[in-house]
Design a binder for this molecule. Structure first.
Ligand SMILES: [Mg+2]
Length: 265
């Protein structure tokens, strides 16, 4: 693993936090898995790191802060697992779904798949399911607009990587948008991406500063677009264009707490 930029030092944080705290309106956009919640083999058992809920609650009470969760998960799942504060904006399925947290659940803008896209999704799902059946441990998750090929439970990493490459190729052949991640390949029938989703969110909430934290390859595309005074945070190892690096979800929680304190001062 190589590290391009990104400091983990408290001094590195302090400058970045000060810059964000000067915002008239700050968009705090966070990925969920691997960023607020440690990665787990079963995505349904994912839980936020200790202290994350209270850090989000503190931020949500600051009038000039708009919180947003930006995830590859379906927005309804994201809302159920993260239980973010009311008013948090939700961006699910890598930008294909949008909504807001209200009354403890996701109030989503309706998205309908055209018949052609619904057929394409069926073909992609069954193609990936056949591929998964050939390798014990591989499995396919169904999402509203995508099928996700998982290889995390496979013991042999080389075989898993080869299988992922085949899943990506199959997805492209069947006309899907392929988003490779850590031991997953997502094949979506809607064009989506976190970079475009973040730019749209920032405009929509009229924020003059943005901070975004994410851990995965799909987040990296968004991190590459972020320039000061906005702040990009890479969580974990791996090459990144982000200005700041934090090692894991507990460090993200400490950063968010620090930010809430600076904003409230
Ligand atoms: Mg993630």
């Amino acid at each position: 693993m190589t590290e391009a930029r990104g400091a983990v030092t408290a001094a590195g944080w302090a400058g970045a936090v000060e810059r964000l705290a000067a915002a008239r309106r700050l968009l705090v956009a966070l990925d969920f898995d691997g960023t607020l919640a440690p990665l787990v083999a079963d995505p349904d058992l994912s839980r936020m790191a200790p202290g994350a809920a209270s850090a989000l609650a503190r931020l949500s009470l600051i009038g000039r802060v708009q919180l947003a969760l930006v995830s590859g998960r379906p927005a309804a799942d994201l809302a159920r697992l993260a239980q973010p504060p009311g008013g948090t904006l939700l961006v699910g399925s890598h930008g294909a779904e949008r909504g807001r947290m209200a009354g403890g659940r996701a109030a989503l803008e309706p998205v309908a798949l055209s018949p052609a896209r619904a057929d394409r999704l069926k073909a992609i799902s069954s193609g990936l399911a056949r591929l998964a059946a050939s390798a014990p441990g591989a499995w396919v998750e169904a999402k509203p607009f995508a099928a996700v090929f998982h290889t995390r439970p496979m013991a042999n990493r080389d075989a898993a990587a080869r299988l992922q490459a085949r899943a990506a190729e199959l997805g492209r052949d069947l006309g899907g948008h392929v988003l490779p991640g850590k031991m997953v390949v997502e094949v979506s029938v809607l064009p989506a991406g976190k970079a475009a989703a973040l730019a749209r969110l920032k405009r929509a909430v009229q924020a003059d500063r943005l901070v975004f934290a994410g851990d995965d390859t799909t987040d990296e595309l968004a991190l590459r677009q972020i320039r000061p005074p906005d702040l990009g945070i890479k969580v974990g190892l791996g090459r990144t264009a982000a200005e700041l690096r934090l090692p894991d979800p507990p460090a993200v929680v400490r950063f968010l707490d620090h930010l809430a304190t600076a904003l409230a001062a």
